[in-house]
Design a protein around this ligand. Structure first.
Ligand SMILES: *Cc1c(COP(=O)(O)O)cnc(C)c1O
Length: 359
């Protein structure tokens, strides 16, 4: 077996210890004689998995009883629709910040549901950035304020969150659980699992419970947070296996020491890469230094030919997934929680050597 260092933006690398655990109990889950994949979602074995996944998330994020943890399907993209369906009433306006490609997609979908006011727009700014907290021009009585905490494609990340009158809603798909978070500042947080939580197929929603009551009677039962909250995410068959993987990943995070420990490691990994990028002229970062993501490190080389050679040679050396998003090009190294520091050190050594040969 030959495992690569996988720098893919998503689906992304999972901790090896988690994959090994899943492998070891794949055929016979804890003496049940079947895989957890083959078990009823109402079984005792699955029930324990489901509730541990929820409890681990509650522990890691220090959630109080005002908040519900909900598992859904449909990805963060599904939440682009579901959030306004539940929270944006007739005659109301939702404030959105446009920080890049993902925020723009959220805005496009919200506009199908209701009135949207874009209160800051730096989607096309180069170097990439997210809005400054002091440039947001809130609408009076907005239904909510939406942000994208980390723009996975551009590599720009909110370092400080705005303090809002209206509930703050955040797409945290690519940086949830990467750093400690004061959830009490948020009304709703959602994230597709396949960056930092587990495999694709499950979507995490953290909701301040009182907001679930806002939904209009015209919204189908299935698309109401309230429905899934009341059923502990068992209204219909949940994505059992992805939730099992989230349970293992969150258990692993707790064993590692939790989010403060992860944040330190993530900062260290990101700094190692950005320091090298800043050290010379060969590599140039594409996000503004104050907003550089600790999760997706984006940079360019002097030419597209060199970028293609970089990706080709890195792949040959066992470092994959480094091609920037097809919409922007360049290089993107995604270094989520599961990327070990050794992987970043290997990439840095490769980058130094590549610059020496081609610089
Ligand atoms: C990947 C990503 C999405 C899309 O997630 P899906 O699960 O594919 O719907 C949305 N927002 C951000 C910030 C992402 O990184």
């Amino acid at each position: 077996m030959n495992r690569v260092y996988n720098f893919s933006a998503g689906p992304a690398a999972l901790p090896v210890a988690v994959l090994e655990q899943a492998q070891s109990e794949l055929l016979d889950y804890q003496g049940t004689g079947r895989s957890i994949m083959e078990d009823s979602h109402r079984s005792k074995a699955y029930d324990a998995v489901h509730n541990e996944a929820i409890q681990n998330l509650r522990d890691l994020l220090d959630l109080n009883d005002d908040y519900a943890v909900i598992f859904l399907t449909g990805g963060a993209t599904g939440q682009f629709a579901m959030a306004p369906m539940n929270l944006l009433g007739e005659g109301q306006v939702a404030d959105y910040t446009n920080s890049g490609a993902w925020a723009a997609k959220a805005i496009k979908e919200a506009r199908v549901i209701g009135a949207v006011n874009v209160i800051a727009d730096c989607e096309k700014d180069m170097p990439a950035r997210v809005p400054r907290v002091d440039e947001l021009q809130y609408t009076d009585n907005a239904a909510y304020v939406h942000i994208t905490s980390n723009e996975t494609i551009s590599g720009a990340q909110w370092k400080e969150f705005p303090v809002t009158q209206a509930p703050l809603v955040a797409d945290m798909s690519s940086d949830i659980l990467s750093r400690p978070l004061d959830v009490s500042r948020f009304g709703l947080i959602y994230a597709g699992a396949q960056k930092n939580l587990g495999p694709a197929g499950v979507t995490l929603v953290i909701l301040r419970k009182d907001l679930a009551e806002r939904v209009s009677d015209s919204v189908p039962l299935f698309y109401r947070y309230k429905t899934h909250m009341a059923a502990n995410s068992l209204y219909n068959t949940p994505p059992c296996f992805p939730i099992y993987m989230v349970m293992l990943v969150t258990r692993w995070l707790k064993e590692k020491g939790g989010l403060a420990v992860m944040a330190e490691s993530n900062e260290r990994k990101a700094r190692t890469l950005y320091d090298l990028i800043d050290a010379g002229e060969f590599y140039s970062g594409t996000a503004m230094p104050e907003y550089r993501s600790t999760m997706n490190v984006t940079f360019r080389l002097p030419s597209e030919e060199l970028e293609a050679a970089f990706i080709r040679e890195a792949t040959r050396e066992g470092m994959t997934g480094l091609k920037g998003h097809r919409s922007v090009g360049g290089i993107r190294a995604s270094i989520y929680n599961a990327m070990p520091e050794g992987g970043v050190n290997a990439l840095v050594a490769f980058m130094k050597e590549f610059e020496r040969k081609n610089g």
